[in-house]
Design a protein around this ligand. Structure first.
Ligand code: GLN
Length: 296
């Protein structure tokens, strides 16, 4: 007869990582479409190990005292990127701090379209409303000769963008300035070859319909832009013209359904070669237009 040796009195039977993750996955299913992934990310974070290391040791008993508090935060709809303190964008791990907009996969298309249009030699790039610095840092990493200027009205953004530039070794080529859109630029700022932005573009009336993860935690100033969601995009187009070198491109993110209006505003502003690119859901997401060569 085989018998399991009795446990010494007082010894706790710890759950395995798999058991902890399975229970958390069930709970997280009420707040996210990716409950298993998020359970693993939160548990790995609580244990101070990588997700890969966690997955390689799922059967091991785990003592994770910090886990319950992290799980509670997520169940209250706090974005997982804020809980982890970092999030991946364009294959770069970026520091993320509330209330800065969490970098989203749609915004990676802005990087792709910008890269197609950046001049090969020493491009001068401006990121308007940089937030975590995701666009500025990704472009500086991809374009080793680029000089990137990042502006944002929030001091938290300048700190995060600076830290992310340092994390990825491009701090010497990314300068950040505080202020409202182009007013943040130093007086002697030379024209740019490329202006990129993920501006606020949510219509006022759409606010109540946003997911609580967004509405309760992220900066409304980074999301809302008037009745049509176009207030900041109109300024980007109107004020951006004089900040671009002739032949330079403006590339920015927009909301679902905004392309017909955005195209009109670009044309009215003198931009040519206006075009849009779709996100993975097939929604026109990135708008671009060019200040013609020879224009004044
Ligand atoms: N795409 C974001 C959202 O879903 C909006 C981002 C923005 O306004 N720049 O809320």
């Amino acid at each position: 007869m085989t018998a399991t040796a009795p446990r010494p009195a007082g010894e706790q039977r710890l759950p395995s990582a798999a058991q902890i993750a399975a229970r958390a996955t069930e709970q997280l299913a009420s707040v996210t479409d990716t409950p298993r992934l998020e359970a693993e990310l939160l548990l790995a974070h609580a244990l101070g190990v990588s997700r890969t290391a966690l997955l390689a040791s799922l059967r091991e008993p785990r003592d994770a005292p910090a886990f319950e508090a992290l799980l509670e935060r997520r169940l209250r709809r706090e974005p997982i990127a804020y809980i982890l303190g970092e999030w991946e964008f364009y294959s770069l791990a970026l520091t993320v701090a509330p209330p800065l907009l969490v970098p989203r996969p749609e915004t990676e298309h802005v990087v792709e379209e910008a890269l197609k249009r950046a001049p090969a030699v020493s491009p001068r790039i401006l990121d308007v409303g940089t937030g975590t610095g995701c666009l500025a840092v990704a472009l500086a990493v991809e374009l080793s000769e680029a000089q990137v200027t990042a502006v944002d009205v929030r001091p938290e953004a300048l700190a995060a963008a600076g830290e992310n530039a340092r994390r990825h070794g491009v701090a010497d080529r990314v300068s950040a300035y505080g202020g409202d859109l182009f007013a943040a630029l130093p007086a002697d700022s030379a024209p740019f070859d490329l202006i990129v932005s993920n501006p606020p573009y949510v219509e006022t009336a759409a606010w109540d319909g946003l997911a609580p993860d967004i509405r309760l935690y992220e900066d409304p100033g980074a999301l809302l832009a008037g009745p049509e969601g176009l207030d900041v995009i109109r300024r980007l187009i109107g004020e951006g013209w004089s900040r671009l070198a002739p032949g330079g491109w403006l590339v920015f993110e927009m909301g679902d359904g905004q392309w017909p209006s955005v195209r009109r505003v670009l044309a009215a502003g003198g931009f040519t070669e206006a075009d849009c690119a779709c996100d993975l859901a097939g929604i026109p997401r990135v708008a671009m237009g060019r200040r013609p060569l020879g224009s004044r």
